[in-house]
Write a protein that binds this ligand. Structure first.
Ligand SMILES: Nc1ncnc2c1ncn2[C@@H]1O[C@H](COP(=O)(O)OP(=O)(O)OP(=O)(O)O)[C@@H](O)[C@H]1O
Ligand SMILES: [Mg+2]
Length: 239
């Protein structure tokens, strides 16, 4: 079974945030989530980020993935200045460069594992046969047993659902994976299998990975731990 080819080397840095600020408004209240936050990830790194609950970790991943925009500061990801992209260019950029993996998988329950993984490929011009080949390769790489490739998510265990979600994230061969508590809903054994899989994707396919976690054990799978006890507010410079 052919595997997705590793991408050519990503430009430095894979992720660069320079003095990024982001606040949310709730009525009259303004919540400063990121305040002049700077953060760098080198191509090929697997970084775990730990910070208190509600401190802005998911906000950070959304900014890096171009799902949200900062109020101030500069974000460069995979050689692209995100501030220079308009809405539709950002969507196209995201489809090529980012794979998101979430705690609760966000699979479509009425579609089979194969169909869930196929979805991101429908945005690209590609023959049905080529799509099927890539879907099988991605699912096989994640270790989902072959006979389960046509199961629907509710028929799969949590760990198996996360494998499907990871296959969906890598099927387009993006260089950067953004993982938000990827084992937060799994028991220790299933969680270890998923973390081992992420480590393999990092080592064998050279995926750069930023993983948010509250679990110190999960963080040991990464090469580098960024622990922000006071959250993402202030003149922090890491990397
Ligand atoms: N769309 C939004 N509108 C208003 N406030 C928001 C929005 N998204 C996040 N917030 C607030 O911003 C802060 C940071 O949220 P975020 O989800 O990024 O934190 P987190 O570190 O991921 O938290 P957790 O560990 O609980 O997942 C929180 O106070 C949250 O309530
Ligand atoms: Mg969060």
């Amino acid at each position: 079974m052919s595997q997705p080819k590793p991408q050519t080397v990503m430009p430095e840095p894979a992720v660069g945030l320079d003095a990024v600020s982001k606040c949310y408004r709730r009525g009259d209240e303004v919540v400063h989530v990121l305040d002049h936050f700077s953060f760098t990830v080198a191509p090929g790194e697997f970084v775990a980020l730990m910070a208190p609950s509600g401190s802005g970790k998911s906000t950070l991943l959304n900014l890096i993935g171009g799902l949200d925009q900062p109020d101030e500061g500069h974000i460069e990801v995979a050689g692209t200045d995100l501030g220079e992209l308009g809405e539709s260019a950002r969507t196209r950029w995201r489809a090529r460069n980012i794979g998101f993996i979430f705690q609760l998988y966000y699979l479509i329950p009425v579609l089979s594992a194969q169909r869930n993984v196929e979805l991101p490929l429908l945005l690209q011009p590609m023959s049905r046969a080529e799509r099927a080949k890539r879907v099988e390769a991605a699912l096989t790489l994640t270790g989902l047993p072959h006979e389960r490739h046509h199961f629907r998510p509710p028929e799969l265990s949590g760990g198996q659902q996360q494998r499907v979600a990871i296959a969906r994230a890598i099927v387009t061969d993006p260089p950067l994976l953004l993982c938000d508590e990827p084992t937060g809903d799994l028991d220790r054994q299933a969680g270890d299998e998923i973390l081992g899989l992420l480590k393999t994707l990092n080592e064998r396919l050279h995926k750069t990975i930023v993983m948010v976690t509250h679990d110190p054990h999960a963080a040991t799978y990464a090469q580098k731990l960024v622990h922000l006890e006071k959250g993402l507010v202030g003149e922090l410079r890491t990397g």
